[in-house]
Design a protein around this ligand. Structure first.
Ligand code: HH2
Length: 260
């Protein structure tokens, strides 16, 4: 899954693809590099980010989703807002990626009223406060229980289980140790039976481990985390650097299960 942030302020690529032509070119480039899904987002959810106005978010994402949808790309819309999810599914998105894990009943309703895939992600609180001393008893069991509960809510509303994927939400209300524990024990989350999506690309914990302060330069650490994620059960890797990630995962799957 290639990341396409059409925002002015995303933590690693804010402003680069705010122009629709640049965004569409970037989507084509990621597809050519091997991305099977393009994840379009119009709101930064980096720690401390304030929410954007719904009109502004829709104005950023809808033209891109419509243009790419017409070309038949597999698109995911990264949003916490029901009206944005609905408009983008109508415009051609086939996956709703909600970093707030379908907490909003209106989001569950949108999911139930369409046939898009859904990604249920775990986040502690909201982006403004999530990194204020996050605490858990056992981070893996708490995240797993939350994902299972939210998946049941979706299923109760009529979303077929085959449409659901889960994501532990690396960096969303987690310390370095929490992130490492979640990757190390990702197979426990995969045991829920839903495909696991993992977003580690360029994140702060990679910088904390490597000393690389510029997010766009965290490639080696990001690829290492992606490979380990797949080894521990991830099915989808959300990445900014698609070519390098696709190459690394080709080797990983060949070694793990003979897929060449
Ligand atoms: N991470 C980010 C955004 N959306 N979605 C899923 N499912 N999993 C993730 O880990 C995830 C996500 C944050 O990364 P990015 O989009 O690069 O930054 P920003 O939120 O600043 O736009």
């Amino acid at each position: 899954m290639g990341v396409l942030n059409v925002t002015p302020d995303s933590f690693s690529d804010g402003g680069r693809y705010a122009d629709p032509i640049a965004a569409i070119d970037r989507a084509h480039a990621m597809a050519a590099e091997g991305a099977l899904i393009i994840d379009v987002g119009g709101e930064s959810t980096r720690p401390g980010a304030a929410p954007v106005d719904a009109h502004a978010e829709l104005a950023r994402v809808r033209p891109i989703v419509s243009a790419l949808g017409l070309e038949g790309e597999c698109l995911s819309i990264d949003t916490r807002r029901a009206e944005i999810a609905r408009a983008c599914v109508e415009a051609g998105a086939s996956i709703i990626n909600d970093v707030s894990g379908f907490r909003d009943p209106a989001m569950v309703e949108v999911a139930a009223g369409c046939d898009a895939g859904v990604i249920v992600m775990h986040m502690l609180g909201d982006p403004v406060t999530m990194q204020d001393a996050p605490t858990y008893g056992d981070v893996v069991s708490e995240v797993k229980d939350y994902l299972q509960r939210q998946a049941f809510r979706l299923r109760d509303a009529g979303v077929a289980p085959e449409r659901i994927a889960v994501d532990p939400g690396i960096g969303f209300g987690k310390t370095l140790e929490h992130n490492l524990e979640l990757i190390r024990r990702l197979s426990e989350i995969a045991a829920l039976g839903y495909p696991v999506v993992l977003g580690v690309s360029r994140k702060r914990f990679i910088g904390e481990l490597t000393g690389v302060t510029e997010p766009a330069e965290r490639l080696a650490g990001s690829v290492a985390a992606a490979v380990l994620g797949v080894e521990h059960g991830a099915s989808v890797i959300r990445a900014h650097d698609v070519a390098a990630t696709v190459e690394a995962l080709a080797v990983t799957s060949a070694v793990l299960d003979g897929t060449t």
